[in-house]
Each structure stands twice: as structure tokens, then as C-alpha cells.
Design a protein around this ligand. Structure first.
Ligand code: SF4
Ligand code: SF4
Length: 423
């Protein structure tokens, strides 16, 4: 387990983390800064402060963006110790009923599919399409959702239910797709595009139907029972086919970071060494989609033979892609073959998604953090903003809508699939 007081003692109070901190940019107070969080956690472990409601509120305001970790000279894991204290918060105060209901659905795919279907059938009673097709808008105020908030679209069929488990049978080497919940239910065009790309490259595609959520929403909220259930189920399932595939590819930064990085940390912190080892073994074959497509296929050469096309694109670096996994050059290199890229002022600045609690109880923080990102995108003059992360898509699409910016959001695999269609 992390020893908060040891980490607190290792903080040299240099303050390098403070200007980069997403919550500190929104709420410039020492207590809502990485240095402040670390000091409070040290005091909490020493018994000098209580985990009272004020402390709960402070620890729940971190966006887990990892900006602080990226710049800290001592590599202090502020994000990870906040994830850990959220489990203490969940034990002491419980988890709100709607979050528990959501995490229960994540464990039960069949019921989630049914809920998604019902949501699709009845959504037009409460929601209408945004004119640019970027999502759905409430027709009236909904509980915890303001009328001007853009929500992700709903689909009649999930990605996992749309396709057979094997495509392009015996056409070439086999790869599996881990799709992630948002791409499975809301942004199914991401999976469609990945399937198209893999078909063009001549791969047999395996769509593992029993895959479950990677556990990220529960992990960031402190529901560690759900994390343990989902991770163990997924590990056992992945092991049943890992030897038959070249890779498991994931077009989602958060899911990929959770599986490749946080699963191991989670098991190690709980002394479950055998599970940590199983995760490490699987990780040798798990990749983010653009990372694998760039390094392991001939996609770059194929794209180079296609012409340049519109729209112009600005690329946003999802925290879980660039900072956690070091992936930022690969999607740009692939996109640059066919599109003009216009960098925004700070592509590495967190979009402000922040997780389930920030998107529900603390949405004002997400709105404040999203505003500067929307302004940067507008200033770049690009028509499309791209990132390999659907959590960023939810947040950035809403920020664009609320701040009157015309750009639309697309995952890089969608843009690559569109370029491949050109003769
Ligand atoms: S993870 Fe992000 S929001 Fe949280 S303390 Fe670090 S920089 Fe600030
Ligand atoms: S950068 Fe690291 S050492 Fe410096 S104040 Fe922040 S957490 Fe402490």
C-alpha cells in the first residue's frame, strides 16, 4: 500500500506541479493542489486530520489528470494516492445510489445492453439531437443535468452486439479488439472504423464478446470491489484467447491505461502478486490502436498513397494517452499522411473530464476546466478536434457546444478509416 506520510515527507515543496494542476487552475487554492493534497494525505495518515466531509470534498475534486506526476522531480504518485484515499472515502461515506447502480450495470453486460436499448427507444421523449449531430440535448432540466448540457448519442445496437465474433476469417494474422464502454454503446462508429482498417490491412478480427468494462469508472470513484470483480473476470477471459491473437488493440486511452498500468498497481497494492503477474504477461500483447497500427502494420505506407484531404485537424493529447502511456506521436504521424494538422496552444492541457464524480456532483468544475480547451480549439482554426479517448470526447464536445465553437470531435481511427476509403 502507498504510505501517504512517506510520500508527504518526499515532497520537497518545490511547487513545480502547481501551475500544471487542473483543479488548481480552476480553484487556485493550496489545498486543491498536488502539494496540498499530499500534505493533507500525510496528515490524515498520521491522524492529525479527520477524513471529514470537507476533506472528502477536497480529495474528490482532483481530476486525476497526472499533470503533476509528469513534472514532479521526485515522481510522486499524487494521482494514485488520491485513487487510494477515495476507497477510504467510499468505505466511510458509502457510494451514491446512482453511481452504485451504474457500477452494477458495468458488472452485468446483459442488463446494461437492455438498459441501453430501452434508453435508445425512449430517449427522444427527454432528449433531442444537437443541430451539428455532436450529441443529444435535454428538452428540459433533468436530475443533475442542465438543459444546455450536450450528452453522448445513443445507438440502437452496441458494437459488441452488431458484429459476429470473427470477421475476415482466416484471411491473415488475428487481432482482438477491446472496445471500451463509451465506444461500445455511444460512439459505435469508432469500432466500425477499426474493423474497416483491420480488414484493409488483411487481418482476421476477433471480437471477444464476453469482455467487460476495464473498471476505470469504479477505480476513480473508490469502488474497489467492482474493480476487483471486473479486472479478474477480464484477465481470465483474455487468457483464454491471448495465445491465438497477435494483439489486443484498444481505441481508447483510458481503458488502455487502466488495463496496462492501473490493473497492475491495483493488484500490487493489495498484495495480490499472482494477479499482478498475470496482468504483466497479458500486457505484452495489449496496445492502444494507433500505437499498434503505426508500429506493427503497413498502415503508414498505405495512407501515404492516398491524397491529402479536408478537414484540418487539431490533436488533443488525452492524459491517459500521452502522460500515462507516452503515446502522442503515433496518432499524429498517421493523421499527418492525409490531413493538415494545426496544433492548438497546449494540446497536453487536460480537457477536464475528471471521472464520474466530477461529471455528476461537481460538473461546474468540468465546465470551468473545459472552457480554455474549447478556446484553444477555436483558436487553432481546425474543423475537427481528434483524440483517442471517448471520455475526452464527452467532455470536449460539451465544452465546444457550450462555448459556441463549431468544431466537431472524431477519434483518429475514424479519420484514418475515412482517408482509406479514398481511391
Ligand atoms: S492529478 Fe491533475 S488535478 Fe489531480 S492533483 Fe495532479 S495535476 Fe492536479
Ligand atoms: S512537484 Fe512534486 S515535490 Fe514539487 S511540490 Fe509538487 S508534489 Fe511536491
Amino acid at each position: 500500500m502507498f504510505e501517504y506520510s512517506k510520500i508527504s515527507d518526499m515532497c520537497i515543496k518545490c511547487g513545480k506541479c502547481i501551475p500544471t494542476c487542473t483543479i488548481h487552475q480552476v480553484n487556485p487554492d493550496e489545498v486543491t493542489s498536488p502539494r496540498g493534497f499530499i500534505e493533507l494525505l500525510g496528515d490524515y495518515q498520521k491522524g492529525a486530520i479527520e477524513l471529514d466531509r470537507e476533506a472528502k470534498d477536497i480529495f474528490e475534486s482532483c481530476f486525476l489528470c497526472t499533470n503533476c506526476v509528469d513534472v514532479c522531480p521526485n515522481d510522486l504518485p499524487t494521482d494514485m494516492i488520491i485513487e487510494e484515499v477515495r476507497a477510504d472515502i467510499a468505505k466511510k461515506y458509502g457510494i451514491a445510489w446512482y453511481k452504485r447502480a451504474f457500477f452494477w450495470l458495468l458488472r452485468h453486460r446483459f442488463v446494461m445492453d437492455l438498459a441501453n436499448k430501452l434508453g435508445f427507444v425512449f430517449h427522444s421523449c427527454a432528449l433531442k439531437k444537437e443541430p451539428k449531430g455532436r450529441g443529444l440535448l435535454p428538452r428540459f432540466e433533468l436530475p443533475m443535468i442542465k438543459k444546455d448540457r450536450l450528452l453522448p448519442s445513443l445507438k440502437s445496437k452496441s458494437f459488441l452486439n452488431k458484429y459476429p465474433s470473427r470477421l475476415n476469417k482466416e484471411k491473415g494474422p488475428k487481432v482482438a479488439i477491446f472496445i471500451g464502454c463509451l465506444a461500445n454503446y455511444n460512439y459505435t462508429q469508432i469500432g466500425d472504423s477499426l474493423v474497416d482498417i483491420l480488414k484493409t490491412l488483411g487481418y482476421e478480427i476477433f471480437i471477444p464478446k464476453k469482455q467487460l468494462c476495464c473498471g476505470a469508472p469504479a477505480y476513480f470513484t473508490g469502488d474497489f470491489d467492482t474493480v476487483e470483480y471486473l479486472t479478474k473476470k477480464n484477465i481470465e477471459y483474455f487468457e483464454s484467447f491471448i495465445d491465438e491473437v497477435e494483439a489486443i488493440i484498444i481505441p481508447e486511452a483510458t481503458c488502455s491505461a487502466m488495463i496496462r498500468h492501473d490493473w497492475e498497481v491495483f493488484f500490487e497494492n493489495r498484495g495480490m502478486d499472482a494477479w499482478a503477474e498475470r496482468t504483466r504477461k497479458l500486457n505484452k500483447k495489449i496496445y492502444m490502436a494507433t500505437e499498434w497500427l503505426y508500429h506493427h502494420t503497413k498502415l503508414s505506407d498505405i495512407l501515404a498513397k492516398k491524397g491529402k484531404r479536408l478537414p484540418t485537424i487539431t490533436y488533443h493529447d488525452a492524459c491517459h494517452a500521452r502522460k500515462v502511456q507516452g503515446i502522442w506521436q503515433e496518432p499524429r504521424a498517421l493523421l499527418a499522411k492525409n490531413y493538415q494538422l494545426k496544433e492548438m496552444e497546449d494540446p497536453n492541457r487536460c480537457c477536464g473530464f475528471g471521472g464520474v464524480t466530477i461529471q455528476t456532483e461537481k460538473f461546474h468544475l468540468a465546465e470551468a476546466a473545459g472552457k480554455p480547451k474549447a478556446a484553444m480549439i477555436a483558436q487553432s482554426g481546425a474543423q475537427v478536434v481528434s483524440a483517442e479517448c471517448s471520455a475526452c470526447r464527452v467532455q470536449i464536445s460539451n465544452s465546444l457546444y457550450q462555448n459556441g465553437v463549431e468544431a466537431v470531435f472524431k477519434n483518429p481511427v475514424e479519420l484514418i478509416a475515412e482517408a482509406l476509403k479514398e481511391d
